[in-house]
Design a protein around this ligand. Structure first.
Ligand code: C5P
Length: 315
């Protein structure tokens, strides 16, 4: 990857015209889930990976806060204070003493409640967009701290690339791996899965002794990334939430089987699901896997995407 993970050339003066920010979806190459903490979160050890399926926010100066949207899931997302984009604007405004004023338009390709952190991505994009629109002068550390208050995955979506996530996922640090593009197919499902429900189901399965304790260390996946061999990476993908997602949505087993039959190297539920991510050898293999998945009827749609890509960035 040649692009810097953080651009520190973010504008320090308020923008006069519109600013546009593009933000990717994430998958987890490794998601080890530890015990439930007292604050209701689980301690995780994860390797995040940003992939090229993008949402885009355009922000313009305004006298109030207005949010419109089009694309994936439009009409299902509330446009009020429960929307993570609105919260991001409000939290950034409170932290900087700025009025929470902007006219935002969100163009969505990342589905909702899909295990791709679409909502967190939009929050990250809103932070970066309003930071530029208002010229807040925040450091990247300040922005990451604000991002963590919005959700566990939001700091990663500001950072992008491939990164280790600790704590509840909000403590991120870049993984330094030799540059190469990995080819993925994302099998999008009908309907979402609630992240808290999936974590709760994992706790239930563990309490009943039906699934093993947390996955081991990230050494395997980090070594695989360094080797730059897709077959090695495929053998190292881990998601502790997968049994819970399969328990709540047994039909995902058919999707995983269809991806395998279509020739992918490996398939894994993405985060809390229901999206399944398939690692492929190359672009041609990914096109064939996407076609096979769509023909199988086991998913709503299949999208090819490469990773890693940068996080929320001005375009
Ligand atoms: O951080 P975020 O708001 O995205 O998390 C949504 C929910 O997912 C949390 O309220 C919690 O139920 C669950 N979660 C968890 N452990 C994590 C991250 C999320 O239990 N590390």
């Amino acid at each position: 990857m040649t692009e810097p993970l953080w651009e520190d050339e973010r504008p320090r003066l308020a923008a006069m015209g519109p600013v546009k920010v593009r933000v990717p979806a994430k998958i987890n190459l490794h998601l080890g889930v530890g015990p439930l903490r007292e604050d209701g979160y689980h301690e995780v050890t994860t390797v995040y990976h940003a992939v090229g399926l993008f949402d885009e926010i355009t922000a313009r100066p305004a006298e109030t806060l207005v949010l419109t949207m089009d694309g994936e899931g439009t009409g299902e997302l509330a446009l009020d204070g429960t929307n993570l984009v609105i919260r991001a604007v409000q939290v950034l405004a409170a932290a900087t003493g700025h009025e929470p004023h902007a006219r935002l338009h969100l163009r969505k390709q990342i589905p909702l409640a899909a295990g791709l952190a679409g909502g967190s991505a939009d929050a990250a994009a809103a932070l970066v967009a309003c930071d530029a629109l208002w010229g807040t002068g925040l450091s990247r550390e300040d922005l990451a701290t604000i991002a963590a208050r919005l959700g566990s995955d939001v700091p990663f979506l500001v950072l992008g690339g491939t990164a280790l996530g600790l704590g509840r996922g909000e403590r991120v640090s870049p993984v330094l791996a030799p540059g190469r593009a990995w080819h993925w197919v994302l099998a999008l499902a009908d309907g979402g899965l609630s992240t808290p429900d999936v974590y709760r189901e994992l706790d239930r399965l563990r309490a009943a002794g039906l699934v093993a304790a947390a996955a081991g260390s990230t050494d395997g996946i980090l070594a695989a990334l360094r080797q730059r061999d897709a077959a090695v990476l495929a053998a190292s993908l881990v998601n502790d939430l997968q049994p819970a997602a399969l328990s709540l949505r047994p039909s995902l087993r058919d999707t995983l089987d269809a991806g395998a039959a279509a020739g992918s190297l490996a398939g894994v539920v993405s985060g809390s699901g229901p999206t399944c991510a398939f690692l492929c050898r190359d672009a041609a293999n990914a096109d064939a896997v996407a076609k096979g998945l769509e023909e199988s009827g086991t998913c709503r749609a299949a999208r090819t995407a490469t990773g890693p890509v940068p996080g929320a960035r001005l375009t």
